[in-house]
Design a protein around this ligand. Structure first.
Ligand code: NAD
Ligand code: DAU
Length: 335
């Protein structure tokens, strides 16, 4: 089997490539990635000489390059995206061109080349926000209600995928995953940002009251779920992917990180809230459970492992936190 993964140099894409090469020794995998600020080939140093793996630098918005790379491919797993909410609020352009136009181009080429399976890695954020103190969870049949430029672009892209499914029989599946954590996550996102700030002796910037709830899932569980959808998912269907633990808000999660690093509440700095900050995400993963998936990695143990990974890989994140990142940090958080 020959797979092409878009965005394989990013956080989840690189974890997925590691997962796949380990699990399926006879498969070949192409990583098609434009290497934006979020793409990092250091994530794949251990496989770069593996004969089953090939990297192609390319932009999903370039139809010619996409067609060349996709020729002869069986399965397309589409991760490539502008993925950070905070960036999308003030510079939505790349979110529209990459997330929407790039996805439409992939659909067009996938139809032309008769790709056997196109899997779109969507996000639970397309369903908007749930209120605190209720038991409601996101389900596949809920109406989209994106509330920021990132989730609006991810939702728009899905509409195009569905249009290609209806009009051209694109053999697609979709998954909506909740917040991932684990190794190789860019330190613009909460968990790696807070761990690395604390390792640098800085405070952690908590938006608003910190009572925002996310459904944290270890990245390997996400890779296992996509694998299962590729094997057993029904074409045209979508699947929610969520975690197993009790709900944890940002303050509680931060206290777990502080404890693991021997720090205290004094290291939290409450800052101005993110505009239109989604209050709560919670996922009902009953549908994919029927295919035989449930999360295996619990939050406390794998958060501990993740903190250890960042402790042991300071060169990796220090490089990521230099250059462009410094400008971004000052813009969002001030000096
Ligand atoms: P990331 O930002 O770490 O990586 C994105 C990758 O896409 C980078 O390697 C980047 O270079 C590449 N890319 C960006 N624009 C491109 C373009 N025009 N052409 C080719 N490559 C391009 O993102 P991530 O956190 O790994 O997320 C991966 C996917 O999973 C995204 O589609 C995201 O919406 C989705 N998702 C993420 C989460 C999460 O918690 N991180 C949860 C659910 C869904
Ligand atoms: O739900 C899936 C989504 O999860 C993915 O689709 C996105 O790609 C991914 O970025 C993530 O979105 P969030 O906005 O939930 O993740 P982020 O890590 O940016 O923020 C998590 C929570 O932490 C959120 O409530 C905002 C808060 N936060 C975040 C940052 C970066 C802070 O309080 N301070 C911060 O500095």
């Amino acid at each position: 089997m020959k797979l092409l993964v878009t965005g394989g140099a990013g956080f989840i894409g690189s974890n997925f490539i590691h997962y796949w090469l380990e699990k399926y020794p006879n498969d070949k995998i192409i990583n098609f990635d434009f290497l934006t600020y979020a793409g990092n080939l250091e994530n794949l140093l251990d496989v770069e000489r593996d004969k089953r793996y090939k990297f192609i630098k390319g932009d999903i918005r370039n139809k010619h390059d996409v067609e060349k790379a996709l020729t002869g491919v069986d399965i397309l797993v589409h991760f490539a995206a502008e993925s950070h909410v905070d960036r999308s609020l003030y510079a939505a352009g790349d979110f529209i061109t990459t997330n929407v136009l790039g996805t439409q181009i992939l659909c067009e080429v996938a139809v032309k080349l008769k790709i056997k399976h196109f899997h779109y890695v969507n996000t639970d954020e397309v369903f908007g926000a749930l209120p605190l103190g209720t038991k409601t969870k996101f389900r596949e049949d809920m109406k989209f209600d994106p509330r920021n430029q990132y989730s609006a672009s991810k939702a728009s892209a899905e509409h195009f995928i569905r249009a290609y499914y209806h009009t051209h029989n694109l053999p697609m599946t979709i998954s909506y995953c909740t917040n991932n954590f684990g190794p190789y996550q860019h330190p613009e996102k909460l968990i790696p940002l807070f761990i690395t700030n604390l390792l640098e002796g800085k405070k952690v910037p908590m938006y608003g009251d910190g009572l925002y709830v996310r459904d944290w899932l270890y990245v390997k569980d996400h890779c296992r779920a996509i694998d299962l959808v590729l094997k057993k998912g029904i074409v045209g269907e979508s699947y929610m992917i969520g975690a197993q633990h009790k709900e944890v808000n940002n303050l509680e999660l931060t206290r777990k990180i502080l404890k693991l690093l021997g720090k205290s509440d004094k290291d939290i700095e409450h800052i101005k809230d993110r505009p239109a900050h989604d209050r709560r995400y919670a996922v009902d993963w009953g549908k994919i459970a029927k295919l035989g998936w449930k999360p295996q990695y619990d939050l406390d143990h794998w958060l501990d492992k993740t903190v250890t990974w960042y402790k042991n890989n300071q060169n990796w994140w220090m490089r990521v936190k230099s250059g462009e990142y410094k400008k971004y940090y000052t813009k969002v958080y001030g000096k």
